[in-house]
Design a protein around this ligand. Structure first.
Ligand code: SF4
Length: 446
């Protein structure tokens, strides 16, 4: 009987693609893959480790998996991903249940690392993170078969002062356009209808290998893939958002009018302390341009509150900005000091109470804004990608072009005929809550 692998993937979409590539290689090498970790002979935890909460979640998942060595069939526990890249030695020293550790650069070595463990070694496969995958590498999708993440680049050159990612993932490196298009074609011929373009910074794509921002050209080529219906772009950086990209979003029928633009703050002093490029004026100009040129655009952003030295006045400036722009979606995170980052040494740490209060205040404001946006959709007929049936609501549910999977809201709807997962349908919105919408399927073709 083949060895069964149980795989736990944590963290962001970029890490998820790494998990899918590791699964692809394991399957090719003859391993079985099981969704039940109690039935797994080998458990692999692909960890996240960029902020404290993510590290804690990763450690909890490792300890849960270790319990399967006592209660289940598990004989081997391998820890991969960002936490291993950052703290590989410590993990091996402090957690004897772990049989091996591999970093973000060791993704293509997964089968070899497992062989070393089977041979009695306790490997520490952590080196400089330089890996970026190629389209011919086998991949097992962990998303529904109609949606896939398309990782166009790896690493980051930005060095925001609070962020450990460049140390974990290495410098920015784009994949070639041809290779990305090959992978996208393969995915779409296998049934994918929504491609989600991801990188630490998608808008920088091409600078390192073509000497220019090349995201627009890449998207134009992706849009030519007949089977592809939606292309969604995540993780844009304000100062590399080009005029051509605005124009393409305004005119393309396939590229979702959805802009994910992590801004982190709006106060100029804090933006400088965060080592972010651009300033309040350039951000306001870009947001105005997006609103004016892309009708119906959905703007998503993230903010960090409680950065060292953030005053009450600076925090209120952020709230005023949120009130003024009225982002459709916004995530608010409390600052998390990260080992080895420049911001860790900054004076003026905000107390835990103040931090929690600021997160809460900003999130409550965003909920009000989000509810108002959703109320405006009542009466509209929207195109929805069907995702499934909800037993509690006794309704189908799906997403519009304004909703990325896992992070945005859902549209619940009734339908007189069966709605199949992966189909596009038209839904008339009848009711709205802070995050979700509900309605009824119409007879219109989507
Ligand atoms: S852009 Fe900044 S926050 Fe994002 S991964 Fe790069 S360094 Fe981190």
């Amino acid at each position: 009987m083949a060895t069964a692998i149980g795989f736990i993937s944590l963290g962001c979409a970029k890490n998820r693609v790494d998990s899918e590539i590791m699964l692809g290689q394991l399957r090719q090498a003859g391993y079985d893959i099981t969704g039940d970790i109690n039935q797994a002979d080998v458990i692999i935890v692909n960890t996240c480790g960029f902020i404290t909460a993510a590290k804690e979640e990763s450690i909890a998942a490792i300890l849960d998996a270790a319990r399967c060595k006592i209660t289940g069939r598990c004989r081997v526990l391998l820890v991969a991903g960002c936490l291993s890249q950052r703290y590989g030695n410590e993990l091996l020293q402090d957690l004897p249940e772990i049989d091996g550790v591999m970093g973000t650069g060791a993704v293509p070595e997964i089968v070899a690392v497992l062989k070393r463990i089977h041979a009695g070694e306790r490997p520490l496969a952590v080196s400089a993170p330089g890996y970026i995958h190629q389209s011919q590498v086998p991949r097992v999708l962990t998303t529904p078969n109609y949606t896939a993440y398309l990782k166009i680049a790896e690493g980051c050159d930005n060095c925001c002062s609070y962020c450990a990612i460049p140390a974990i993932r290495g410098p920015y490196r784009s994949r070639t356009m041809d290779d990305i298009i090959n992978e996208a074609r393969l995915l779409c011929s296998g049934g994918v209808r929504e491609l989600i373009v991801a990188a630490q910074e998608t808008t920088r794509y091409g600078r390192d290998i073509y000497g220019r921002y090349a995201l627009t050209g890449l998207l134009q080529k992706l849009a030519l893939i007949e089977e592809c219906r939606w292309i969604r772009i995540m993780y844009c950086y304000p100062d590399s958002f080009t005029e051509e990209l605005v124009e393409l979003l305004a005119t393309s029928l396939k590229i979702c009018r959805y802009v994910d633009l992590p801004l982190q703050h709006i106060n100029n002093r804090l933006l400088r302390m965060m080592n972010r490029r651009g300033n309040k004026e350039s951000i306001v100009k870009l947001v105005d341009k997006l609103r004016q040129n892309i009708p119906g655009v959905t703007l998503r952003t993230t903010f960090i509150v409680g950065f060292p030295g953030e005053t009450e006045q600076e925090f209120n400036e952020l709230l005023d900005f949120m009130e003024q722009v009225k982002f459709e979606r916004a995530g608010v995170f409390g600052y998390s000091p990260e080992e080895g980052t420049p911001a860790e040494a900054l004076p003026g740490r905000v107390s835990d109470e103040v931090l929690a209060e600021r997160v809460d205040q900003a999130m409550r404001l965003q909920q009000r804004i989000s509810l108002a946006h959703n109320h405006n959709k009542v009466g509209q007929v929207l195109t929805v990608l069907v995702e499934g049936w909800d037993d509690d609501a006794k309704m189908y549910w799906g997403r519009t072009e304004a909703d990325a999977p896992d992070i945005d809201g859902r549209v619940f709807f009734t339908s007189r005929t069966v709605a199949r997962e992966g189909d596009f349908v038209r839904v008339k919105v009848l009711d709205a809550a802070e995050y979700d919408l509900s309605g009824v399927r119409t007879n219109e073709l989507a």
